[in-house]
Ligand binder design. Structure first.
Ligand code: ADP
Length: 430
């Protein structure tokens, strides 16, 4: 037997009404590893092919009853058999006859009398093509299956996506609602602070008024005078705190009124120097100023700027140990093609950890622990309510400027110091 891979386990149906021709071909092809089935007429051929589902059909054209062309047409019309290749065996040699065979669905033809080698070559070729086609069909089916699975996954992903979107929408709605509530609560808090601060100012003014009267009456009673002075000092500190709270609430609700008048930095700092003179002396702190006298005037709110630098100086005093120094430097700089005043308030104090450089500008924020809080306004490390820098930033921003701090870190032993930078736009140079 001539074993050939293309033939192994393959089934051939040979259809011919001429038993002699059939015998010759069958005998020859059976020497190869092929399974051969035979049919003697068209009807027989249809039944055999339907039942056996062969890999190739050799089909005689001229037969009594159904001829080869009709058999081929019927096979091609049935889904179960339409893929099986048909090779015609024909004694009719005209081009028209060959064309008729191709039109009926044949893939090839051999002419009778059949030459065995030629027949074998064609059988081999078409079995190979059939094998490749079947391989492709398997691949195709696999690909189709994968495509279906992918589609399933895609649909699943789309469903998950929809669910996620729904959750995100719901979350967004919840967050919007929470935000609205927070806004309302924030507004209520700001309103309360403003009303409370206003209400506190009235009794404080009364205390101050009566205190001053008692102070005058107590001229000849040093003991009483000292007591009243104590009351008045506490009252003034309380007054300042209430004023700070009011400032912060105005800044936070963006209702801070800023007037625009020509302001000289030197004037502001001369005023502040005399205001802090006795404290500086008491704490043996040196205050030096440079570069302030040559600066152009700003169109700004002198009172607000004074309050802002007052907070910076109070902090510099508070966070610098006795015998330290505070330096105020002014300069005219250019940024973005515009002139700006840069004022730096630098101290030789305990410094600020870079992690807090932004946080300290938030309202009510203080570094360190509240339980170590001391309320002395200018005592070393005497904390305040944590409003000074929030007010300072609010005032600077209301003037279109910027404020930030530079400090290598916090160290109460080595005192690395802090430098607060204030940049104010020179809206109109005078
Ligand atoms: P406070 O009323 O606590 O002084 P501030 O808003 O003025 O509030 O300052 C916030 C915090 O920033 C302070 O508690 C302090 O820790 C830190 N701070 C501010 N200025 C200085 C400074 N010059 N040196 C060191 N720390 C400072």
């Amino acid at each position: 037997m001539n074993a050939e891979a293309a033939f192994q386990g393959r089934t051939l149906v040979i259809v011919d009404d001429d038993a002699v021709n059939m015998g010759v071909i069958t005998d020859y092809l059976e020497t190869f590893d092929l399974r051969i089935l035979t049919a003697l007429d068209g009807q027989d051929a249809l039944e055999t092919v339907r039942a056996a589902q062969p890999d190739l059909i050799l089909l005689d054209v001229v037969m009594p009853g159904l001829d080869g062309w009709e058999v081929c047409r019927r096979l091609k019309a049935e889904p179960a058999t339409c893929e099986i290749p048909v090779i015609f065996m024909t004694a009719l040699a005209s081009t028209e006859d060959k064309l008729k065979g191709f039109e009926a669905g044949g893939v090839d033809y051999v002419t009778k009398p059949v030459r065995q080698e030629e027949l074998l070559a064609r059988v081999r070729t078409h079995l190979k093509i059939r094998q490749l086609t079947q391989g492709l069909q398997v691949q195709n089916a696999r690909l189709e299956k994968m495509a279906n699975e992918l589609e399933g996954l895609y649909r699943q992903a789309a469903r998950s996506n929809e669910q996620l979107e729904h959750m995100v929408h719901q979350r967004t709605r919840e967050l919007e609602e929470a935000y609205r509530m927070l806004e309302m609560m924030d507004k209520a808090k700001a309103d309360f602070i403003q009303v409370a601060a206003h209400e506190l100012r009235t009794p404080l003014t009364l205390i101050e008024g009566y205190g001053v009267l008692i102070e005058e009456e107590a001229e000849c009673s040093p003991g009483l005078k000292r007591l009243v002075e104590g009351i008045l000092t506490g009252e003034r500190r309380l007054h300042e705190i209430v004023a700070n709270i009011l400032d912060v609430s105005k800044i936070e609700s963006q209702v801070l009124q800023v007037s625009k008048d020509p302001v000289q930095m030197l004037d502001i700092f001369e005023g502040l120097r005399s205001q802090f003179e006795s404290i500086l002396r008491e704490r043996r702190l040196e205050l030096t100023m440079s570069g302030l006298d040559g600066l152009p005037a700003l169109l700004a709110d002198a009172e607000l700027l004074t309050r802002m630098f007052q907070h910076l100086l109070v902090n510099a005093i508070k966070y610098t140990p006795d015998s330290g120094s505070i330096t105020v430097r002014g300069s005219l700089v250019e940024e973005g093609g515009n002139p700006w005043l840069e004022i730096v308030v630098q101290d030789t104090g305990i410094g600020i950890d870079p992690a807090y450089h932004e946080l300290i500008f938030a309202s009510f924020y203080q570094t360190g622990e509240a339980r170590f809080h001391s309320s002395g306004k200018t005592k070393f490390k005497g904390g305040g309510p944590g409003l000074g820098l929030a007010i300072a930033r609010g005032i600077v921003q209301a003037h279109g400027g910027r404020i930030w701090v530079e400090s290598p870190g916090h160290d109460e032993a080595s005192c690395p110091g802090s430098a607060f930078h204030v940049m104010l736009p020179v809206l109109e140079a005078s």
